[in-house]
Design a protein around this ligand. Structure first.
Ligand SMILES: Cc1cc2nc3c(=O)[nH]c(=O)nc-3n(C[C@H](O)[C@H](O)[C@H](O)COP(=O)(O)O)c2cc1C
Length: 192
């Protein structure tokens, strides 16, 4: 059974990115994928400290909850990342998880090791919510970060839902078109 991993980056439960991610996960389930959601705020994930420990074996030497996340990222066939926009970027909790993927960078570019068996690529989808669009490239920074994350993970960036105008918790519940779009994205992810 193919696996779809949801990575939930907001510290706010039942907020806008949470609702959209859950819709996408329901869609993935409807396509018969085996789904799992990682709630990043519940994990103890230290930021990368640039110690270079991963350069030797491609494995991070920090012993925290990130160790259980690495294998899930490798096993996944689909990865859906959801985050609110914080100061034009992804949440700090999610950024710590992403920075710890420097171990994959070391694996690939220093040790010339594959990320997955047979060079398999996963499919990656990005969901971001924000309050207001001031025309200054609200999502640009976050999209670049996620593209870079997917790139190091041999994961093809297949699409996104980037939605402004969502400030209060649950505001997204009134946006039926976004809920449907998220469900469809999850359902189609592995075919994209
Ligand atoms: C610390 C913090 C920083 C934020 N920065 C921005 C921002 O730069 N631009 C923006 O439009 N909204 C910003 N917001 C609003 C959130 O992105 C918005 O409410 C989002 O829908 C929250 O998603 P959630 O409900 O999934 O947590 C910020 C909110 C917080 C708490």
């Amino acid at each position: 059974m193919k696996k779809v991993l949801g990575i939930f980056g907001s510290p706010r439960p039942h907020g806008n990115s949470d609702v959209l991610l859950d819709q996408a996960m329901k869609g993935a389930e409807a396509s018969n994928a085996d789904v799992e959601k990682i709630i990043v705020r519940d994990l103890q994930i230290a930021p990368c400290n640039s110690c270079g420990g991963c350069f030797e074996k491609g494995v991070c030497v920090i012993g925290d909850d990130m160790q259980a996340v690495y294998s899930r990222l490798v096993d996944a066939h689909g990865i859906i990342v959801a985050t609110p926009i914080y100061f034009m970027g992804v949440s700090a909790q999610l950024k710590a998880l992403i920075d710890r993927c420097q171990a994959f960078w070391a694996r690939k570019y220093i040790l010339n090791l594959p990320i997955r068996e047979n060079g398999r690529f996963a499919k990656g989808f990005f969901i971001a919510t924000a309050a207001r669009d001031d025309g200054e490239g609200l999502f640009t920074g976050a999209v670049k970060t996620i593209k870079s994350f997917f790139h190091v993970l041999d994961t093809k960036y297949v699409g996104n839902i980037l939605s402004a105008g969502l400030e209060e918790k649950g505001a997204v519940q009134k946006r039926q078109e976004l809920l449907q779009q998220a469900f469809d994205a999850g359902r189609q992810l592995l075919e994209l």
